[in-house]
Design a protein around this ligand. Structure first.
Ligand SMILES: N[C@@H](CCC(=O)N[C@@H](CS)C(=O)NCC(=O)O)C(=O)O
Length: 217
């Protein structure tokens, strides 16, 4: 049985979305970020990223993590590649070539895109850490990635690998959605806007987001 550790207001959304896409039976343990708690070490505190019991699963103290039989993994995007390959189907690579491409897009998302899209989310309009300069720098820095993705989507018929929705689209979509507060980026690259809308219209994404919206009530 697959267990996903993490609240959905975190990168655990990525793995929960994928598990729903794959139709997996899984349990989710709502480990919360320690920084959301006033005293993460209090005796009655919920399981959190500083809890020794969770650190035994992910010594980095970050969510998500998963256990799947005797496999324990952290790093959201790597977990997603593993789960897609383990369960197969259209979201998974059909061959080594597709595997290479899905790995490439996933590492590109993590290393070249997320460092710029995340500040747009964290410091954008309406956040408690509003920082216009940081957002302006991030928008400038991520423009090239939007252009690269738009060209790939145009060439690939609306998807980055195999002409179909795959784990590579899902991993990219979870990184590019952080930039949604900057409409100008999407207006300048309509192929990216259409693609992200289509990814987020998927029933599995909507179900995950609906559960996420109820999470801290
Ligand atoms: N590269 C990691 C990053 C994981 C990460 O930073 N998770 C955040 C929540 S989105 C976290 O666990 N923060 C806990 C903390 O800072 O205490 C991944 O993609 O899984």
């Amino acid at each position: 049985m697959l267990t996903i550790y993490g609240v959905l207001r975190s990168r655990a959304s990525r793995t929960d979305w994928l598990a729903r896409e794959l139709g997996l039976a899984y349990e989710r343990v709502p480990v919360i970020q320690a920084y959301r708690l006033s005293d993460p070490d209090a005796p009655d505190t919920p399981l959190n990223t500083a809890s020794p019991a969770f650190r035994a699963i992910n010594p980095n103290g970050r969510i998500p993590a998963v256990t799947d039989g005797d496999v324990t993994l952290c790093e959201s995007l790597a977990i997603n590649l593993y789960l897609a390959k383990r369960h197969g189907g259209p979201l998974a690579p059909a061959d080594l070539r597709e595997d290479g491409l899905m790995t490439m897009w996933t590492l590109w998302a993590a290393t070249e895109c997320e460092p710029h899209t995340l500040p747009i989310l964290l410091h954008g309009e309406g956040t408690s850490a509003r920082d216009r300069a940081a957002v302006a720098d991030a928008v400038e820095a991520v423009g090239g990635a939007f252009a690269v993705l738009a060209a790939a989507l145009d060439e690939g018929g609306g998807h980055v690998v195999g002409g179909r929705f795959t784990v590579a689209d899902l991993n990219l979509a979870e990184v590019f959605r952080y930039a949604q507060g900057q409409a100008s980026l999407f207006a300048g690259h309509p192929a990216v806007a259409r693609w992200l809308d289509a990814c987020q219209a998927r029933p599995a994404f909507r179900a995950m987001m609906a559960e996420r919206a109820r999470e801290f009530d």
